[in-house]
Design a binder for this molecule. Sequence first.
Ligand SMILES: [Fe+2]
Length: 254
Amino acid sequence: MEGFQFDADAFLRDSKARLKFRYSHLIKPVFDGFDALLAEPEDYQALWTFDVDQMEFPARKADPDDGLVIRRGEKNADPLMPAYDVKAVMQYTERVPYLLESRGVDMTRHLPFLEACAELLHANKTAALAMAKAIDARKGSRLFPAILRSTEHRMRLLCYPPQAEGTVIGKKHKDRCDWTIHMAEDFPACHVKGELIEAKDDDAFVFASSRFEQHMGGLVPTAEAQEHEIKVPPGSPWANRPRHCAVTFIRSDR
Ligand SMILES: [Fe+2]
């Protein structure tokens, strides 16, 4: 993969690393397109929300998982979980354009947004395949075919309203995919094991998540899912303006 840089040895040692690939030209169209969607009337926005689990398994009380989800601090469907924070989330999977088409949603105005999302997800998947090959070559694992087969890769765009210094937006947790590729943000706020990380230009930050730990636990004793939290750092401009962020969850199919 041209322009691709990934230090597999450092990643296998630390469960996190810098990841360089060409994607920065897609960030502006993605964030601009997300804002354009958020400027649409609420009834149109609601057409972009899909609960695929609910469609496939009507008995299941799952959260909406594809497309646009607006959180306004409402109660979580799971009573054991805390109330939601306030944010707008666009979850782009390869099936989103199909779901919109099936519902008869007029996407004309947002085709450039969907195109940029598709390209960015594709760039992430290509980078993940190259990562998988580098790791397999060192460890004899079978990540490459598992990542290649998967249709579960998910790009998540987030927009949070202004937040006061020190506010914890996302409590400490581990992600449930193999790798989280942290690609872009207006200003940094993601703390991975206490370290404030930053993504800019073509430099993403990738860290191991729980599925990778399960996958590699026997092969790499240090393949540890990275606990992280989203917190407003001191001096952040977040107090005065919203924050956009783009991440991709790479998930193997096994
Ligand atoms: Fe997370």
